[in-house]
Write a protein that binds this ligand. Structure first.
Ligand code: MG
Ligand code: MG
Length: 260
C-alpha cells in the first residue's frame, strides 16, 4: 500500500528532512583529505542528536553507524571506518537518514575529496543531474517508472551505467515503504503518483559495468568491476503542482540550490 500524507504530515516530514539536509551540508563541508569516515560518522551522530532526532540507520537490521559512507568503487551501504583516511582523489557517498517526530528523512550526496579527474567529476555531475531529471517526473498522474526511465536515459547518454540491485523507496513513518523506485525501465509503468506520496529517489551510477556484489561485512556493496560509483538521493513529496524536494539543501546565504 502506498500512503498519501496529509498537508500537516508533510509539514512534519519537512522538519525531519530539513535536518537531514542541514547535516549533509555540514558533512560535505567537513570532508578533507586525511579524515576518516568514522570521524564523519561521529560528527553526523552529534548533529542528529543535537537536532532532537535519532539516526535511522544505526541498528537498522544491525547496521552499526549513523551514516553509510561509500568510497570509490563502493556503491552504497559502506560502513564508516577509522582504518583508512580519505585521500586526495577519492569520492565518498554520504547517506544519512533520521527519524524526527515520528517521520523519517533520507538523503545522500557524493563528494569529491580534494581534486579528482575530469571523468570522475563528470560521474558526479551526471548522477546529480539524473536525480534532478528523475525528480522532474514527480507529478500527480505520472507513473513510478517515469522516474527511473528519466534517470536511465540521462545516465546512459553519458556512457555510465545504472545499478539495478538497489532502488529508491517510499518513506514516511517507516524508512522504507512502498513503492520501490528502480532507476531504470520503460516509462508509464507502476503505480500512479498521487498528491501526498513521499518518495526517496536515489540513483546509483557506475562508471563501468553496473553489476555489484556485497562484501563479507554483509553491507558494503561494490561494483564487481571495481569501477567508481556515485549516489545521490532526495526525499521528495508529490505536490499538487509538482515535486516538493523536502531535503533541498540551502547555501550559506539561504538560497536553495537549483537542482539540489
Ligand atoms: Mg539514503
Ligand atoms: Mg533511501
Amino acid at each position: 500500500m502506498i500512503v498519501c500524507r496529509s498537508a500537516p504530515e508533510i509539514e512534519r516530514m519537512r522538519a525531519a528532512n530539513r535536518l537531514v539536509a542541514q547535516i549533509l551540508v555540514a558533512l560535505e563541508g567537513a570532508v578533507v583529505p586525511g579524515m576518516t569516515t568514522a570521524e564523519l560518522d561521529t560528527m553526523a551522530e552529534g548533529l542528529v542528536r543535537d537536532g532532537g532526532a535519532v539516526p535511522a540507520f544505526k541498528g537498522y537490521r544491525g547496521f552499526p553507524a549513523t551514516l553509510c559512507t561509500s568510497v570509490n568503487s563502493e556503491v552504497v551501504h559502506g560502513i564508516p571506518s577509522r582504518k583508512r583516511p580519505l585521500v586526495d582523489g577519492d569520492i565518498v557517498s554520504i547517506d544519512i537518514g533520521v527519524k524526527l517526530d515520528g517521520f523519517y528523512g533520507d538523503s545522500a550526496v557524493t563528494v569529491a575529496v580534494g581534486d579528482v579527474p575530469a571523468r570522475t567529476q563528470e560521474l558526479l555531475a551526471v548522477t546529480r543531474e539524473s536525480l534532478a531529471r528523475g525528480i522532474s517526473q514527480v507529478k500527480v498522474g505520472g507513473r513510478v517508472s517515469d522516474i527511473g526511465h528519466a534517470v536511465q536515459q540521462w545516465v546512459e547518454a553519458h556512457g555510465f551505467s545504472v545499478v539495478r540491485e538497489f532502488v529508491g523507496h517510499g518513506i514516511g513513518e517507516q524508512l522504507h515503504e512502498e513503492p520501490q523506485i528502480p532507476n531504470y525501465g520503460k516509462p508509464g509503468r507502476g503505480a500512479k503518483l498521487a498528491e501526498g506520496m513521499v518518495l526517496a529517489i536515489e540513483p546509483m551510477v557506475a562508471m563501468g559495468r553496473p553489476e555489484v556484489r556485497v562484501l563479507g561485512d554483509g553491507w558494503t556493496a561494490v561494483t564487481k568491476d571495481g569501477s567508481l560509483a556515485a549516489h545521490f538521493e532526495h526525499t521528495v513529496a508529490v505536490g499538487a503542482d509538482g515535486p516538493l524536494i523536502l531535503t533541498a539543501r540551502t547555501t550559506s546565504t539561504g538560497a536553495t540550490t537549483a537542482s539540489l
